[in-house]
Design a protein around this ligand. Sequence first.
Ligand code: GLN
Length: 537
Amino acid sequence: MNQTKYIFVTGGVTSSLGKGIIAASLAKLLQARGYRTTIQKFDPYLNVDPGTLNPYEHGECYVTDDGAETDLDLGHYERFLNVPTSQANNVTTGRIYLSVIEKERRGEFLGKTVQVVPHITNEIKDRMQLLGQSGDYDIVITEIGGTVGDIESLPYIESVRQLVWDLGENNAIVIHLTLVPFLAAAGELKTKPTQHSVKTLMESGIKADILVCRTEHELSQEIRSKLALFCNVKKEAVIQSIDASTIYEVPNLMLEEGLDVVALKKLDLPKKAAPDLKNWNTFLKRLKSPKHTVNIGLIGKYVEMQDCYKSILEAFIHAGAANETKVNVVSIHSEYIDEENIADKFKDIDAILVAPGFGERGIEGKIAAVRYARENKMPFFGICLGMQMSVIEYSRNVVGLAEANSTEMNSDTPNPVVNLMESQKNVTEKGGTMRLGAWKCEIKPDTLAHRIYGQTTISERHRHRYEYNNEYLDVLQKAGLKASGVNPDTGLVEIVEIEDHPFFIGVQYHPEYKSTVANPHPLFVNFVAAAVKAKKK
Ligand code: GLN
């Protein structure tokens, strides 16, 4: 096949309808039918990428192999498709404008007045076709962030209109995701918001080909007919998306509704084989009928908002299914943990994960949590800042360096066991300047890390500015904190562990970004297994 086909996904009525999950589910079905499919997301905000955003604003910042700081929906794409995404899969309005303005400064517009139409829209259209032109994909699904009718989405909507026109009807289609609310007082589902939303899309010249209707109740045939008639779509193109108990159920729900078949028909593509979801359904079965339950304490400072630790929570779902275990992640705010109350806070906890993070707030609580896990032989897993905290805790309480710290928290510490990386010392700009993306790590034989990975060379994704200070390597290793994984080129310590402990491991990188349904991350799988074992005892 030479013509890449495009599916655009827009959202109406309200935000948070789950466009990312619908896009990922459709992509999963198309992939399972044998189509090479990818997903990209266009976000309407002016930040060049979400890397500079506070997690409370926009949830977790997801990091790709090529070091892009991206929207958390890319995490869903990878978890569903098991195919890595890259910088090209996430574009913001900020990035579009930056690129156009840089071209203007270079004089590339030859004296023309630079305008939203055509210059911004052309840039958007080019970016929308970038992955399609690589020849790697049969189908590219493009999720447009925001809600139709928003001022900031307009250039994207106009670009979609033009692209559908440029490419021709059978090569590009639009799926509109809307809400069909249930009014309890009237006892009915209401179609009007959807009608209005489709109309708003029409005002911008776009006709929705397929409606995906989020609903809490089944859509009757009557409602489906009504939506079809008033929204100008075939009845088979009215797709119900009812609330599911887990996001991993949605591909099956979309399969039952025929979303993939309708999309392929509109794109003039053969159905090929029925989607092969065997492994996916095995995962679902294990997820839904667990044999054990464990409580894992997630120690962090953004615990009020689930989205801040999205990939960690999803990695626990994958690892839980792999262990036939229900993992209850118990969020514990690090700011409110101290040596006094810790035993009480952890009384029902089987294992402890100390989360990534930035800045001073809540770090003493994290250090107390590491100590508790170490002394009580509770399974411990530290990620990024969590690993750095385990180095500080060991230095203070085992080596005896009472004031050991990270220079991120105390620039005057006499024992900077975690230090700003050399390569970061002259960095002044904030956006995209951390140590980002995939780096190699060599694992030492006869270590917990080696038993977990079963290999000596691994590659994991990073997002940090501070590192284990190698000046303390000897003293820490002699005292029992082993550096079991090291970057082969720079000598940077990537993994630390304690031998005399059932399960104690800290990693400088973010394994959660690489956990997928098809490939649950071995660190999470082994950590959950250790929690199950600890609970039995
Ligand atoms: N703040 C730490 C650093 O920059 C850890 C970062 C993180 O946990 N992602 O090194």
